[in-house]
Design a protein around this ligand. Structure first.
Ligand code: FES
Length: 202
């Protein structure tokens, strides 16, 4: 082998080059693999609802307006873990098709800007946030102010006895496509859904 002493199978230069390449590969993997896991994790996550809470009989709700209900989102801390949500029947004329597989629309009151509680104003059919003027439409879509995505929602179903139940929270992008729950201020359109991964505690 050129540059090698007799009996050598590897030159000093070859050894150094191999070591440098191996170190570079390890350093790249140390940065790249966590980033890849961050990006792909949401796609592999099981989003099947795990817990259901009853919010009332079907007769309590209609497709034209929301009814406020209180549910527990962190059961282990008692009253502090409860929140108000707004529930109505799916409205075939006003709701996007992408939401049609859930019989009821259950909207979170947590503003997607910084988390203040929003309120539904029946006269204008809008959700309004008192903190920085965020305004959401009938489906929770952003109509004004600083919120970065529509209001979060909860899965819904109806029992055989005709009782409406809500399940786990999910977030939606501007097309109302579903994603595992994100924190307030996390964008969900385009590449942002990979850069703001879900957190189990959200
Ligand atoms: S927290 Fe709702 S607009 Fe800022």
């Amino acid at each position: 082998m050129p540059g090698a002493f007799e009996g050598e199978t590897l030159t000093r230069r070859g050894l150094m080059t191999g070591s440098a390449l191996a170190a570079g590969g390890i350093a790249t993997a140390a940065f790249g693999l966590p980033a890849l896991g961050f990006a792909l994790g949401p796609m592999l996550e099981d989003s099947t609802p795990t817990g259901w809470q009853q919010v009332g009989p079907e007769e309590d709700f209609n497709p034209e307006t929301y009814v406020p209900k209180v549910v527990s989102i962190v059961p282990s801390i008692g009253e502090a873990g409860k929140t108000t949500i707004y529930v109505r029947q799916f409205n075939e004329q006003r709701d996007a098709d992408v939401s049609a597989d859930l019989p009821y629309v259950a909207i979170s009151t947590r503003c997607t800007h910084l988390g203040c509680p929003v309120r539904y104003i029946q006269a204008s059919a809008k959700f309004v946030c008192p903190c920085h003027g965020g305004v959401y439409g009938f489906e929770g879509e952003v109509e004004g102010g600083p919120p970065v995505r529509p209001l979060d929602r909860f899965h819904t179903r109806v029992t055989a006895a005709g009782v409406v139940e809500v399940g786990d929270r999910f977030s939606v992008n501007s097309q109302l496509e579903r994603f595992p729950p994100r924190d307030p201020s996390n964008h969900l359109d385009g590449i942002w859904k990979y850069l703001y991964p879900p957190r189990p505690s959200t």
